[in-house]
Every structure is written in C-alpha cells, then in structure tokens.
Design a protein around this ligand. Sequence first.
Ligand code: DX5
Ligand code: ZN
Length: 214
Amino acid sequence: MVKIAPSILSADFTRLYEEILSVSTADYLHFDVMDGVFVPNISIGLPVLESVRRVTEMTLDVHLMITEPSRFAVKFAESGADIVTFHVESDEPEAIARAITGVHSIGKKVGLALKPATPADAVLPYISLLDMVVVMTVEPGFGGQKFMTEQMPKLKALREMIEAYNPRCELEVDGGVNPETARICVENGASVLVAGSDIFKQADRAARIQELRG
Ligand code: DX5
Ligand code: ZN
C-alpha cells in the first residue's frame, strides 16, 4: 500500500505537538527545509527538527530545499532525520555524491529530489545509491499549489529506472496531492505521497490519511 507523508509546512506551528499527534497514523512525517536561496521562501531548520525528534517516533522525512546540501545533510541526519532528501540540481555532482556518502555513513537514508524542469535522467548516476527519489509536482517553495499532471511521464520513467537498477528504492511525489491526484500518482508508480494542505485543512486528519491511501 502507498505510504502517506503529511508535510508539517501546512501545520499550525503554535500547536506543533498536537498537529503531529493528529497525523500519527501516517507512515512518515515530511519536514520541509527552505533557505530562501534555492527556493524563494524560508521555513524551518535544525532547532525545530531536534524538538520534533524528541516528541515523536514517526519516520522523519526531511526535504532540504537548500543550496550546497553537502554542508548540512549530515547535520540534519544527526539531528533526527531518518531520511535526508536534497535536490539533484542543488550542487555539483561530486558534492552530491559526498552528501549521499555522508548521510549513509551515519546509518540514515538518502533521497534525491527533482524540480519539475529536471529530467529523470539527472538521478541515473546515483540511482543504485539511493533510498528514495522525490518527484516535485509543484515548483518547490510553497504549500497549497496546484498539482502538475505533466510530471506523470517523468514519474513513470523513474519507476522504470528504479525497477531496472534499484527496486528497493522508494518513489515519492511531493506537491498538490489530494485524493484525486493521489490515484494518478499511484497509477504512475509512486510508493510515497507527501500531502500538506490537503491533510492539515481537514478536521479529521486520520480519515483523510486513510482516504489518500485509496
Ligand atoms: C513544497 C514542499 C511540499 C509542500 C507540499 O516546496 O516541498 O512538501 O509542503 O504542500 P502541498 O501538499 O500543500 O502541495
Ligand atoms: Zn517537501
């Protein structure tokens, strides 16, 4: 069954603990980090991750939307992330490879994310090393945007790449997921769905998580 990863970017940060409890039936907790350079927004970082780690045993799926992720990837892994994802466009190939090795060396999982304009082939050099590939179905930076259906051929191509080279790798979709777009993602090979605004605007989050699983 597809895994669901609520994005706390859409949570009420004044009540973050209760918000996390309200989505605890999900599989992962998605944690968006933005530096105002790689994307045109700033969100949350290491001190918040450390606090969240202390209050939940959920798998923390940390999505770094930052430049030069090799400077920080290991730090996020040490601060409580279970999976550290950064963008394949965010640095030179040697630095991306170094960040992957660094996170793995402390026993955590690694994902690589692709912006909408980035072709599937960009992750091919790394595919055998990865635990997750993340297809952005919005321009990264903000919650609540419209799902980009035109990313589905790329999602399907990545599913084929994963089956060919690394079948245990997860394939996550991030952006604009709701019960309708969730179905399309699963049909095209997704194994994990991030959903922020769609879950956190509901009164009954557990019911919505169940609905998103299909
Ligand atoms: C966008 C973030 C997403 C965001 C998704 O840059 O990476 O994780 O929280 O939000 P929704 O589900 O509202 O599109
Ligand atoms: Zn994200």
